[in-house]
Design a protein around this ligand. Structure first.
Ligand SMILES: NC(=O)c1ccc[n+]([C@@H]2O[C@H](COP(=O)([O-])OP(=O)(O)OC[C@H]3O[C@@H](n4cnc5c(N)ncnc54)[C@H](OP(=O)(O)O)[C@@H]3O)[C@@H](O)[C@H]2O)c1
Length: 276
């Protein structure tokens, strides 16, 4: 396969770093995006690849990131991988509930701003979603910011469900223009995940004995992303679908509601003040 440009967000740690290492080993042109400048630079230097920094809790940083990424001649794969579960409900300076913004809105905005480049590159756009979309979500299109009731799990599950709805709608709107969209669950992966929450998940991911029992390695988690990025859409995997262990998988029934997917897209556009 010829060298491609692969942009990975959330690449300063965990699954994103493991994927970046593997892509680099395979001779791809990797572009890293992280939040923490020091961590992102360290991975960039280790792999000798370009890196960019943006905190998704600040949408101006996402807009600046999009402008920086636009300078690359092409983007063959955009892996929207940044995300995680948060603590108590917080509203960002942009006025949105933080879990929703970091897991959905920011990646939506980045993809939207890069769209002409993605189309000219005939790109694959991959969302790192989660089984949490099925297990923890309680999704209401009229309460995207979890104002009526909030728990870190529910907000996270809804954010990851939004990743799948976004994938389906991205496919519906842009497949004919050459965009291949897909979402996946990486497994229960032993990373820095759940570091920012007080939920029981923090105990699972950050207690060594429990972590060893219940989680797989970041390399294994990243192998799902690599399989999708290296595969050929419509041959190896089905565009618009949600995958677990390299198979189309069942997720929340809300994910299959085309009307909800369309409304989430429209509402995201409205919230961000961008045009279609
Ligand atoms: N681990 C699991 O079991 C699991 C399961 C299902 C899905 N996922 C999903 O997999 C993705 C990667 O997570 P991981 O397990 O690799 O966790 P991780 O080790 O905590 O890595 C998360 C990555 O996302 C970045 N990030 C977090 N908050 C951000 C923000 N506000 N703005 C920009 N970037 C931000 C982090 O940046 P910094 O490190 O620079 O702060 C880091 O690069 C996430 O979307 C997560 O929801 C994980």
């Amino acid at each position: 396969m010829s060298r491609r440009t692969i942009v990975i967000t959330g690449a300063s740690d965990g699954i994103g770093t493991a994927a970046a290492r593997e892509f680099k080993k395979r001779g791809e042109d990797v572009v890293l995006v992280g939040r923490d400048p020091r961590k992102t630079e360290a991975v960039g230097r280790e792999l000798d690849v370009p890196f960019h920094v943006a905190d998704y809790a600040d949408l101006d940083q996402v807009r600046k990131l999009a402008a920086e990424l636009y300078e690359y001649p092409r983007i063959d794969v955009l892996a929207n991988n940044a995300g995680g579960i948060m603590g108590e409900r917080m509203v960002t300076g942009d006025g949105f509930e933080k879990t929703f913004q970091v897991n959905h809105l920011a990646g939506f905005l980045l993809t939207h701003l890069l769209m002409p480049k993605l189309i000219s590159s005939q790109a694959t756009v991959i969302q790192t979603s989660s089984q949490a979309a099925r297990v923890f979500s309680d999704f209401h299109i009229d309460d995207l910011q979890n104002e009526r009731s909030y728990s870190p799990h529910k907000a996270y599950g809804n954010g990851k469900l939004a990743n799948i709805l976004f994938t389906r709608e991205l496919h519906r709107r842009y497949a004919t223009q050459g965009i291949a969209a897909v979402a996946f669950h990486p497994g229960v992966v032993g990373t820095n995940f759940a570091n920012e929450t007080g939920s029981v998940l923090r105990f699972v991911y950050h207690t060594p004995v429990v972590k060893n029992l219940f989680t797989i390695s970041p390399q294994k988690g990243a192998s799902q992303l690599i399989w999708l990025a290296e595969g050929t859409p419509m041959v190896d995997w089905e565009p618009g679908a949600y995958y677990e262990k390299q198979k189309v998988a069942r997720t929340s029934r809300v994910a299959y509601d085309e009307d909800v997917a369309r409304k989430l897209w429209d509402e995201s556009v409205r919230m961000l003040g961008v045009t279609e």
